[in-house]
Every structure is written in structure tokens, then in C-alpha cells.
Design a protein around this ligand. Structure first.
Ligand code: CA
Length: 234
């Protein structure tokens, strides 16, 4: 069965463009132009089986798309990618912390959107399975279970904290992990504001893993939001 996508976007031109592009990729796309439309579709057309993925605009004629996020979380949770013209880092972080899988700022390239969709769906499909424990890209290989990191086949020594940071990023490789998520999972909930830890440890990890630590290709910064381990599948 085709992967189903609910597209919530009031901009008619963008809605048509995205619907056609996603249909060409084989997705079964249903489009809504408002929060009310989206709610009606979720209650009726998607009553039995929810969409696999929701592309959610924020600025909608009858309110903020963010309100829909909570409703989506309550139902059998689809993957959610927010698409918005809002640049601010605050809403981005809040939405990711609230459970959105990813966030794309308009205008975005179609190739980028499709890559993010694949990552979000892969991750969503894998939620029932154990967390991702293996990652390899750019000559670097991480085996979380074996507690091993190789670069060009040579074992690297990481401190226990460096390893925990890296393992957390491997768990959702290709997806952004917010500062708060990373700090809470590695250092504990009392440290969610200690972003200086992250600068320090990401710097150390880059020095060990990246060919050019000043131009990271693997451990990517999402300014003001968090970090993303590059997706080897894209
Ligand atoms: Ca809009």
C-alpha cells in the first residue's frame, strides 16, 4: 500500500506543487487548506488508518498549525514535518520538543523535502524496532552495541561522554536532535540548559571524526536548534 501523506498547506500554488511532486514519488497525498479541513479528514477519511506522514504548515487561515500537532500526537502518531516560513529558532525548537519529527523553512528544495520525508518515515517505521545502533558514513563507522567507533578502519578512542553523545545522535541519524533532548538524554533532565557542554563535546567529537573539523560533514549544526548526524541513506 502506498505511504499516505496528509498535506496541510493554505498556499494554493505550493499545495498543488507539493501534491503533484509527492504523487510522482508514489505517495498517496490528501491535501487540506486549513486546520478545519485537516481535522475533518482525520476524523473521517483517516478515521480507520491515520496518515503515515503529515506535512504541516503553521500559518493557516483558521489558526496556527501547532494546535494540530497536539491532536496528531494523541492519535496513532504519524510522522510530522513542519513546513513554515517562520525563521525564528524558538518555534522550531518548541515544535521539535513537542514531537514534530522535523522542520523545514520555506522556501525549501524539493530534493531536501523528499530526503527528510524518507528519514522521518524510516524512523517512524523503526520505532517498534530497537533504536538504531549502527551508522557508517564518510569513512566513519559507529557500532553502538559493540561500543566501537572506527575511522578508516582504525579504532578511535572516545571518552564515555563523547560516546554517549554520539550514540544519541546515531539513534536518530538524519533527524535533528534538539539541545534539550541531547542534554536531557546524555547528562540528565537537570542539565537541559547547559548548552556549553554540547559545544565542548561536539567540538571534541568533530576533532576526532571529521576530516576537516572546521567544515563538518557528519556532525551538523542546526543553528539555535540542535545537531543532526548526517543521513547515510540520502
Ligand atoms: Ca501558510
Amino acid at each position: 500500500m502506498n505511504t499516505s501523506v496528509l498535506l496541510v498547506e493554505d498556499d494554493r500554488e505550493l499545495r498543488t506543487t507539493l501534491r503533484d511532486a509527492l504523487a510522482l514519488e508514489g505517495y498517496a497525498v490528501t491535501a487540506a487548506a486549513s486546520i478545519a479541513d485537516a481535522r475533518a479528514l482525520l476524523a473521517h477519511a483517516f478515521a480507520d488508518a491515520g496518515p503515515d506522514l503529515v506535512l504541516l504548515d503553521l500559518g493557516l487561515p483558521d489558526g496556527d498549525g501547532e494546535g494540530l500537532l497536539a491532536a496528531l500526537r494523541r492519535a496513532r502518531a504519524p510522522a510530522v514535518i513542519v513546513i513554515s516560513a517562520r525563521h525564528g529558532e524558538d518555534p522550531k525548537v518548541r515544535l521539535l520538543d513537542a514531537g514534530a519529527d522535523d522542520y523545514l523553512v520555506k522556501p525549501f528544495g524539493l530534493a531536501e523535502l523528499l530526503a527528510r520525508i524518507r528519514v522521518a518515515l524510516r524512523h517512524r517505521g523503526a520505532t517498534a524496532a530497537p533504536a538504531k545502533l549502527h551508522w557508517a558514513m564518510g569513512g566513519v563507522e559507529v557500532d553502538v552495541a559493540a561500543h566501537r567507533v572506527l575511522r578508516d578502519g582504525v579504532a578511535l578512542h572516545l571518552t564515555p561522554t563523547e560516546f554517549r553523545v554520539l550514540a544519541r545522535l546515531v539513534r536518530q541519524a538524519g533527524r535533528v536532535v534538539t539541545h534539550r533532548q541531547l542534554l536531557a538524554d546524555v547528562w540528565g533532565p537537570e542539565h537541559v540548559d547547559d548548552t556549553q557542554y554540547l559545544r565542548l563535546y561536539l567540538g571534541q567529537l568533530r576533532a576526532k571524526l571529521e576530516r576537516d573539523p572546521a567544515d563538518p560533514q557528519l556532525l551538523l549544526t542546526e543553528p539555535g536548534v540542535g545537531y543532526r548526524l548526517a543521513d547515510p541513506g540520502s
